[in-house]
Design a protein. Structure first.
Length: 374
């Protein structure tokens, strides 16, 4: 494979528009991997329909995806901080910065999902809104004078070295992004399989690098929303970042391989493998959560007279839960009564208390075991 004319220190203004060569759509190795990924993804979609509350995974799987995606950008938080944060009602200003970043990712994904439910189309407004939520800003694509470069991370060999300079020219970002958006939406002009399109578009988005910062997280949200928009996922809950963070070196190497050597085959096979393996992880999570929910419901109804399906679903909607949530479901607002109810859940080992200063959280250890065991 011949090297392309590429200088990592100069803006990549000759980035080719989509689509890539038709050869990738007829490549036997890619097609084999595409069949496996499509089959696995279809199983996830079917499994999502088994959930009693279609939105319950927004607080579980999406949170795990958000955490992994931000870790790819070297932003780390703990599960404990996250679980407390999503069960809290106090001001987010009190949260650690890394925890805020994860929650912003989740909220950006959630907002994009709700927008797509109405509009059905990925456009520049949606993409810019995702970025603005992640970065808490109100800007559009980066201006041509911005000297944006991609450098090796501090923990990498030759840290700080420039490895890529994205396109930088008046109007070029807009041209490339319009082409990318048309490629995603116009299935008559570009009739490739949508899963194949996702792989191609993810490279293109990261190569364009349309924003000053936050491109990685924006691009990974875009992957999930595109699969949802094409009906391949009924909810954007695929745990793609899990695979990427476990294979981070390969991810960046193969991403760069398209730029430097036009190596589409290796990149697409990597992303399709990520989709397949991630689908298996997501399926296992859903199966384990549903199985544990059933077991806990039977046990809870035997031990506690007021325990019911709605309470059971609530304690599996997020790992840490506050008494007020249970109170709303059972129609009890008295602090004394709620304390009695929570004590029953604790004494029967359905939940366990966890004190944090003056706050008490109630922890679903079974759910945490499942989420953190994957």
């Amino acid at each position: 494979m011949t090297e392309l004319i590429f200088d990592r220190l100069k803006p990549h203004n000759n980035l080719a528009q989509l689509p890539p060569s038709k050869d990738i759509e007829n490549n036997p190795k890619i097609l084999k991997r595409l069949v496996l990924a499509s089959r696995a993804l279809a199983t996830v979609n079917g499994n999502l329909n088994r959930l009693p509350n279609p939105l319950m995974l927004i607080n579980t799987l999406v949170l795990q995806e958000a955490k992994a995606s931000t870790e790819i950008e070297n932003i780390f938080t703990t599960e404990d901080e996250l679980y407390k944060a999503i069960s809290e009602t106090k001001n987010e200003l009190n949260l650690p910065p890394a925890t805020k970043e994860v929650l912003k990712y989740r909220e950006a994904l959630w907002a994009g999902y709700k927008t797509l439910q109405q509009n059905k189309t990925i456009d520049s407004t949606l993409i810019q809104n995702i970025f603005n939520q992640i970065k808490e800003t109100n800007t559009s694509y980066r201006p041509p004078q911005a000297q944006v470069v991609i450098k090796r991370g501090q923990s990498d060999f030759r840290s700080g070295e420039t490895i890529y300079t994205p396109p930088r020219k008046e109007g070029l970002i807009e041209i490339l992004m319009n082409n990318l958006i048309e490629y995603l939406n116009n299935d008559e002009k570009y009739p490739a399989d949508p899963l194949l399109k996702m792989c191609v578009a993810h490279y293109q988005f990261e190569a364009i690098h349309p924003f000053q910062d936050g491109n990685g997280r924006t691009g990974r949200i875009l992957n999930l929303l595109y699969l949802f928009s094409k009906g391949l996922l009924s909810q954007p809950v695929l745990y793609l970042s899990k695979f990427i963070i476990m294979n981070k070196e390969d991810y960046y190497y193969k991403l760069g391989g398209v730029t430097q050597r036009n190596s589409w085959e290796e990149w697409i096979k990597f992303m399709l493998e990520a989709t397949e393996k991630t689908s298996l992880i997501t399926n296992n999570l859903i199966n384990d959560i549903l199985s544990q929910m059933d077991s806990t419901l039977v046990y809870g109804k035997e031990k506690i007279k007021w325990y019911n399906k709605e309470v059971n679903e609530a304690i599996f909607s997020q790992p840490y839960i506050k008494p007020q949530i249970i109170g709303k479901i059972v129609g009890k607002t008295s602090r004394t009564t709620l304390t009695k109810y929570m004590n029953e859940l604790v004494s029967n080992r359905i939940l366990s208390p966890k004190k944090d200063g003056t706050e008490v959280f109630y922890v679903n250890n079974d759910l945490i075991r499942i989420l953190e065991g994957q």
